[in-house]
Design a protein around this ligand. Sequence first.
Ligand code: OGA
Ligand code: MN
Length: 338
Amino acid sequence: MPGVLTQTTPFKTITVNELHPTFGAEVSGVDFENTTKEQFDEILAAMAMYGFCVFRSTPLTDATHVSFSRRFGSLDTIARFVTPGRALRYAHLELFDASNLDSSNAILPADSPRAHASRGNRLFHTDSSFNPRRASFSLLRAVELPPPETGGNTDFADSRAAWDRLPADVQAELLRDDWTGAFSMAHSRKLGSPDFFADMDPVEAAPMARHKIVQVHEASGRLGLYVGAHLHHLEGEGMSVERSKALVGFLNAWCQRKEFVATVKWEWEGDLVIWDNRAVLHRAGEWSGDGVFRRDMRRTTVHDDGERAWGGNAVGMEMPTINAWIARKAMVGEVKVA
Ligand code: OGA
Ligand code: MN
């Protein structure tokens, strides 16, 4: 039951309180300034089990957020999104900017290109599924929060439970056909703000990345759906445009059924949520304060180093961006999409 706090797992150095019947936990007792290997291994075990974990009021700074994240693996950076001459709000290229602030730290106007681009984050997605090398973990930290009554929560959907509860005939079909998904950041941006991106064609905006849509989550051995708003279409023998549209629509809607969704309310500056993109989907929840209140969220993104990290893509292939398209369209030199 959400909200019922029970110690249910045999961890020694952390306390784990479950947040939802199938996934999600609030974890306390972590020493972020000096995390022992034993404690870090317990965090990894909790991540494997719960898919996302919430850590309240951590003392993390930009620098320690990055150094703590490195313990999970090598980190993606925003270097490819940074256009020459662009000012950054902070010094660390490992921190993706999920805020509603511009480079001079002012609230982004709701009609700015970046605000339009970030609307895609309000749809359930998996970070970096549009990259040839996908992401394992994302670590999102609250730096400045809007008034709680305006919303601004982050929602999670359990893609392993969603798989488990699919009708058996659908499961059998998906296992037999083993479809490949083509993932595109441009596609989710367009879904998030259709008018602004009306004349952007995701097929032309950037190369798409290929990953299987049903996969084993290595850390837990469970199967899960790897779908979300970046999933543009499916490929495989016998797949048609119509079938792809229907199946993508069905699977994305299925994962968002109420029974698979949990909401994290950000409470304190320093709150950190870690999620495993191979086990959960997430989205920025509705909020009424965009363009009015500051919401400063910073995220590190860990490169997957598992067997399926590069999916059907050439290992070492360059990561795509759609910045050039947005910059052309808006005639601005600064665009950042998360
Ligand atoms: C992200 C993201 C959601 C939020 O940073 O990847 O989707 O609530 N953020 O800011
Ligand atoms: Mn995201």
